[in-house]
Design a protein around this ligand. Structure first.
Ligand code: NAD
Ligand code: ZN
Ligand code: ZN
Length: 348
């Protein structure tokens, strides 16, 4: 089968031929229907080097996957070949307290997991291939009626990650509250839609690209602004001078974090999702009183089922640009050059 592989740190991925993996006991082979291209993969290709992550290349990229059950290993009884599924991306040990809660992102026994703090496309072979080997049946979630793998794949990360981040601030997103979304790419445009579908907050979006600001407006933002010197004043004006209750930073550079810190309100949340590597100096007087700064990472299995439910009911829809597996490397180049609207999704 063909697979898009990251062969070494600081390199571009290459398309290779690999044997089709056979499921061992408890495992599931998924025929990939679609795999999303996440900006984190660009960080993997360009920003990391040996020793920074618990694992190293080579592995097949693609941690945002959906498809159909193709074959199951011994002992898997509740899945049928042909069944459409989304793949939960973080693969933990399955038995520690966090894993039992479905929070395999925060597995506390990574030494017992198939890979330390990773999953398919993150240390192990991912879904930018014709088939994906999933190490346990609990990592596949049946798709609700009406949702196909192409629609579902981006939801497993670009949908799930903002959903988890927004849920953490749910209590602050009351009617009349304002949420600011910085970065309206794959994650951000779904973040805007999730805010609209699950809260009554007013939504302000920020992106450097005009096309992304247009996407934000059509996704449910009331106002879409470019970054820059006027941004903080514009957010203050929009909020009657008080600032935003929740700021979600899907970029995470020095400048977006600084802007976020100036936009957030007293008692508000500044949630850092993007991993551009920026920093935010914090001192007692540098933030409004009782503003919280938090990071978030991906989401859990129950939340993925909720995200899929939103989509199946028409409340959430990933805007996607489709690529073949042969063009998957191009999808990443387009993502890097900022020409993708919504999510780049590879359909093998
Ligand atoms: P993307 O490339 O699709 O979107 C990024 C958007 O940010 C683009 O629209 C771009 O124009 C905009 N942007 C970039 N710099 C900007 C700036 N200075 N000001 C305003 N807008 C700016 O990326 P994505 O796949 O949506 O991922 C977003 C970030 O989230 C990446 O850093 C990615 O690695 C990270 N990520 C984090 C998690 C997590 O669990 N924490 C999960 C997935 C992705
Ligand atoms: Zn990702
Ligand atoms: Zn665990």
């Amino acid at each position: 089968m063909r697979a898009l592989r990251l062969k070494s740190w600081k390199s571009e991925p290459v398309l290779e031929d690999l044997p089709v993996p056979d499921p061992g006991p408890g495992e599931v082979r998924v025929q990939v229907g679609a795999a999303g291209a996440c900006h984190s993969d660009l960080h993997l290709m360009h920003d990391f080097e040996a020793g920074q992550l618990p694992w190293d290349p080579p592995f097949t990229l693609g941690h945002e996957n959906a498809g159909w059950v193709h074959a199951v290993g011994a002992g898997v009884r509740d899945l049928e070949p042909g069944q459409p599924v989304a793949v939960v991306g973080a693969w933990g040990c399955g038995t520690c307290a966090r894993c039992r809660d479905g929070l395999e992102t925060y597995c506390e026994r990574p030494d017992l997991a198939p890979v330390r703090s990773g999953g398919g496309g993150l240390g192990l072979d991912g879904g930018m291939a014709e088939f994906l080997l999933v190490p346990a049946a609990r990592h596949v979630v049946p798709l609700p009626d009406g949702l196909d793998p192409v629609a579902a794949a981006p939801l497993t990360d670009a949908g799930l990650t903002p959903y988890h981040a927004i849920r953490r601030s749910n209590a602050k997103l009351v009617p009349g509250a304002t949420a600011v979304v910085i970065g309206v790419g794959g994650l951000g445009h779904l973040g805007v839609q999730i805010l609209r579908a699950t809260t009554a907050a007013r939504i302000v979006a920020v992106d450097a690209r005009e096309a992304a600001r247009d996407l934000a407006l059509s996704s449910g933002a009331e106002l879409a602004l470019p970054p820059g010197e006027q941004l903080v004043d514009q957010v203050r004006e929009f909020t009657g001078g008080v600032g935003a209750d929740v700021v979600l930073d899907f970029v995470g550079s020095d400048d977006t974090l600084a802007a976020a810190a100036h936009c957030v309100r007293q008692l508000g949340d500044l949630t850092l999702v993007g991993i551009a590597g920026g920093t935010l100096p914090v001192s007692f007087f540098s933030l409004p009183y009782e503003a919280s700064v938090q990071t978030t990472y991906w989401g859990n299995r129950r939340e993925l089922a909720e995200v899929l439910d939103l989509a199946a009911r028409g409340l959430l829809h990933a805007e996607s640009e489709l690529y073949t597996l042969e063009d998957a490397a191009q999808a990443y180049l387009d993502l890097r050059h900022g020409t993708v609207r919504g999510r780049a999704v590879v359909v093998p």
